[in-house]
Unconditional design. Structure first.
Length: 491
């Protein structure tokens, strides 16, 4: 095996020092807002940092460098945002924040979007890793969370320093099925492992992350390392969907390693994915793992390059001829200001569903909307997505449609749209079972069921305390017509 070129590593790190790892604009804004408050505290600061893997990398590096200047006698590295905050103090935290580079400064929005997606994958990994650690009874589950925030750091670094080389690397991995280490040495002349180990002396990574760099095999590993490695593998897979063979094989492997039933594990992974999406709706634009749960096709999603080269030859350093192409995986924003959403622009079903959800919620007067999805046995409907002005969440609520007769069991008998007024509901009171009234807080709602290839898939529903007006219902019908037409087109 060809060794890493240390000169290239040092050159890369020098470029990184000049470029700086970017941070979400929201993180900088939230930190500045809270630092300006009299009653701010270290817990608040650490919670903000914990949701941005790029921020935590910058922050720990800043805090450890400060520690070396003022308290070199302390041997232990600062490995959590809270400890780092306490070491710095609020004034020095402000100095660190002022040095951060906001991701909005990138001229190339496609590259910035790619970096944000990688940051979200790191956060998703951290949530999954902590969940696995808790399941295994690991008392270090919080340390696992922080370490897993660094899981996609190699990709974040290469897309920050050299986007064109990063694209060449991913092309070799995802389109030509080359081994990761072979692609790393071919494009960069060093292995990511060696880059991270060198950087660990400067940025002072958490110990578990350093251990994960050095150790690939998890046989006889600690519960913490097992949790980290399993979550990292899972989250890299589900960026391409949940319903293909490699993910099924992973469930089998995880079941053997953890000694937990694969159905229990897969259910937990799905729930955590939805949890992360809901807790970060106003932070990240991209929630692909949770969206991918809505996939109707049972297949792996294709890889879409960020940068398209005129010259397809990877070995040649194509720089001047690069053309930037808008990533085909749409950026799904958590809120949309109007109903004129181009639903027909969706390249895949998860994106189509998310655009439709946003459109329905933005109908004037709608106070609560949710998406119900059928389970594999066609026995229950599950609330998978909701947008609401109410104070309670109904996510994962279940409506049985096989064991009881209710309004939704009738709705799912065929593709149809039903407009439920208060008068109609009074005539069908026997169908308003507890499982239905639990998720319908008002006395009027509109719902539509949708099918795919003659099979029932799910239903959309909107409700309002002021009732559903004819205008609202007309907009609902219009949006659902566009949904049905485009669903057929892209299936």
């Amino acid at each position: 095996m060809k060794p890493s070129d240390k000169t290239k590593i040092n050159r890369f790190l020098k470029q990184l020092q000049n470029q700086k790892l970017p941070v979400l604009d929201r993180s900088i804004r939230k930190l500045n807002d809270n630092l300006a408050k009299v009653n701010t505290n270290f817990d608040i600061i650490s919670k903000i940092i914990n949701l941005d893997p790029m921020c935590i990398a910058n922050f720990l590096a800043c805090a450890n460098q400060y520690k070396e200047k003022v308290a070199p006698e302390i041997d232990e590295e600062l490995q959590s945002p809270k400890h780092a905050s306490m070491m710095l103090g609020l004034d020095n935290i402000g100095t660190c924040v002022n040095r951060l580079k906001p991701i909005s400064k990138y001229d190339n929005r496609d590259v910035a979007a790619k970096i944000e997606q990688l940051a979200y994958r790191s956060l998703h990994t951290a949530y999954q890793a902590e969940a696995i650690a808790r399941l295994l009874g690991d008392k270090r589950h919080q340390d696992v969370f922080v370490s897993a925030l660094f899981s996609s750091l190699p990709e974040l670094l290469i897309w920050t320093v050299s986007p064109k080389k990063a694209q060449q690397y991913e092309t070799l991995i995802f389109e030509e099925n080359q081994l990761a280490e072979d692609a790393q040495i071919q494009i960069f002349d060093f292995y990511f492992r060696d880059l991270l180990l060198e950087l660990s002396f400067r940025w002072h990574f958490p110990g578990l992350f350093v251990e994960s760099i050095k150790r690939d095999v998890i046989d006889d590993a600690s519960k913490s390392l097992i949790s980290f490695k399993l979550a990292d593998k899972l989250c890299r897979l589900v960026d391409f969907g949940w319903y293909y063979q490699e993910v099924e094989d992973f469930y089998d492997y995880a079941s053997i390693i953890t000694h937990f039933d694969k159905k229990r594990l897969s259910r937990m992974f799905h729930q955590i994915s939805v949890l992360v999406a809901n807790e970060t709706l106003n932070i990240y634009q991209y929630h692909f793992p949770a969206q991918n749960l809505l996939m109707i096709q049972q297949q792996k999603l294709p890889y879409y390059p960020v940068i398209i080269f005129e010259d397809e030859t990877i070995e040649e350093p194509v720089v001047e001829t690069a053309k930037v192409k808008r990533n085909n995986v749409e950026a799904v924003r958590p809120e949309t200001n109007n109903l004129n959403i181009n639903i027909e622009s969706a390249a895949n079903i998860p994106t189509l569903i998310q655009l439709t959800v946003n459109a329905l919620y933005n109908i004037e007067g709608v106070e609560h909307m949710f998406l119900l999805m059928m389970d594999n046995k066609h026995e229950n409907l599950h609330v998978r997505i909701e947008k609401t002005k109410l104070n309670k969440s109904l996510l994962n609520h279940i409506i049985p449609i096989k064991s009881e007769q209710n309004i939704f069991s009738k709705l799912m008998e065929k593709p149809q749209m039903i407009y439920f007024t208060e008068d109609l509901l009074s005539k069908t009171i026997s169908l308003m079972t507890n499982s239905v009234t639990d998720i319908i807080p008002f006395k009027a709602f509109s719902a539509t069921s949708f099918y795919h290839k003659a099979k029932p898939i799910g239903a959309f529903c909107i409700t309002s305390g002021q009732g559903i007006t004819e205008k609202m219902n007309k907009q609902f019908r219009s949006i659902m017509l566009k949904f049905d037409q485009h669903l057929t087109r892209i299936s």
